[in-house]
Design a protein around this ligand. Structure first.
Ligand SMILES: O=C(O)CCC(=O)C(=O)O
Length: 413
């Protein structure tokens, strides 16, 4: 089946096949087409069997087969609306329009590589998913923190679901744990993507215990393994906090059974990663997922956020001065510092709009967390990338995002 951007640009017939086979975004010009079949675990296994049989690929293949035999539950997914179906050409433009993207060797987890390295392996695996990734010329790299730009994914007019546009929700305008000063709070929300070649397996990790992500599958297939941050799961996961490559996926699936979900994501599927959700993602084929990061005042209807924050603060502190080898002090606190900045922005918004219900609870939480984090972490913040969201303007950003969905985007010269 055709799924590359060169073919897309040279054959109208190919474009039609691509849309029918791969896409189930809710797009105005696609409304008359029947929904494509939902991806099954059987399809995922077939895709995975095509990969070069490294020990890691074999262990995930065995895991997929075990899950197929034992049955599984999935997270709730919903559709995201867009004006134009995202294609590889949007991803390519975003990759080149971002000066700094983060590239990670999918075999070692090391941050390294160039855009050339990324595309060499991406193209090789598209043509031949079974290519031997031990060949140094096709080491696969995943690209993450790739911000949507005007001629890239922003041109697709992806419409966030209504609940994200509520005034009690704050969507980060920076993404990826970057520094988020209060002065940036009215900038346009950031949508950024993670682009992974076939065979990518992430660590079992938790993005943030005090903020959520809304993930939107953009291209290809990804499979999400997830666990809620319950006491039992956290007790098990605690020793992996801040340590990359610590907990193996098969071990996590067999040991953390509480609330385990296995979710196959096809283009157009969206899913919420709740605060504190432990997860891992595997990519059976070249694929991309996009993300909005946010906080929501309604979480203060119960104590979960405070409890999650206490748990992670205590987990970090229990390590004493001896931090895990692959995280610096800044890095291990970064998700908390970043989440805290989002809560401060939301608090400011709520105060400006005189929405009183949750203000006191959020203010107490912010003050408490500020005392818990080392001073230098709060003061300096760590900037992971120099690139900022393009086209950001003050004040009406969120409303504009809603208004603009469905309208043509001005092209950049
Ligand atoms: O898309 C992927 O491969 C990884 C996504 C992920 O783990 C995340 O968004 O935290």
């Amino acid at each position: 089946m055709v799924r590359n951007f060169l073919d897309l640009e040279t054959s109208k017939g190919t474009i039609l096949i691509f849309i029918l086979r791969d896409v189930n975004f809710s797009c105005s010009h696609l409304n008359n087409h029947p929904a494509p079949p939902k991806g099954s675990l059987h399809d995922v296994i077939l895709l995975w069997e095509r990969l070069h049989p490294t020990p890691n690929q074999q262990s995930v293949l065995n895991l997929l087969k075990k899950i197929a035999d034992s049955g599984y539950k999935s997270l709730e997914t919903f559709k995201i609306e867009c004006r134009t179906v995202p294609g590889v050409h949007h991803l390519v433009r975003d990759i080149f329009d971002n000066e700094n993207i983060h590239l990670r060797d999918t075999r070692t987890g090391r941050n390294a590589g160039s855009k050339c390295d990324f595309f060499a392996a991406w193209e090789a695996l598209k043509d031949n998913p079974g290519a031997d990734i031990n060949d140094r010329l096709l080491t696969p790299y995943s690209a993450w923190g790739v911000k949507a730009k005007e001629n890239g994914l922003l041109a697709c007019g992806l419409r966030p679901p209504q609940f994200l546009l509520d005034p009690g929700v704050f969507i980060s305008p920076v993404g990826n744990g970057e520094e988020l000063p209060l002065a940036s709070k009215d900038e346009l929300p950031c949508f950024h993507s993670i682009i992974t070649p076939a065979g990518t397996i992430t660590d079992v990790h938790c993005d943030c215990d005090i903020a959520a992500s809304l993930l939107v599958q953009l291209y290809g297939t990804k499979v999400l393994f997830s666990w809620p941050g319950t006491k039992a799961n956290r007790d098990y996961f605690q020793h992996s906090v801040g340590i990359d490559h610590h907990l193996r996926l098969p071990e996590a699936v067999s040991k953390m059974t509480e609330g385990f979900k296995f979710t196959i994501l096809k283009p157009g599927d969206a899913v919420v990663l709740e605060p504190g959700m432990i997860h891992a993602v595997v990519s059976p084929e070249n694929s991309a997922i996009g993300c909005w990061e946010y906080v929501d005042e309604k979480w203060f209807d119960n104590d979960d956020i405070k409890e999650g924050a206490e748990w992670i603060v205590n987990s970090i502190k229990s390590r004493g001065p001896q931090l895990p080898t692959d995280e610096s002090k800044e890095e291990i606190y970064n998700p908390l510092r970043y989440g805290l900045s989002m809560w401060k922005c939301l608090l400011q918004n709520l105060q400006e709009r005189q929405r009183g219900k949750y203000v006191e609870g959020i203010r107490d939480f912010v003050e408490w967390l500020e005392k818990e984090l080392p001073e230098e972490i709060i003061e300096t913040g760590r900037s992971l990338s120099a690139d900022r969201v393009e086209g950001s303007t003050p004040a009406t950003a969120k409303r504009r995002m809603q208004d603009n969905a469905g309208k043509p985007t001005k092209r950049r010269k």
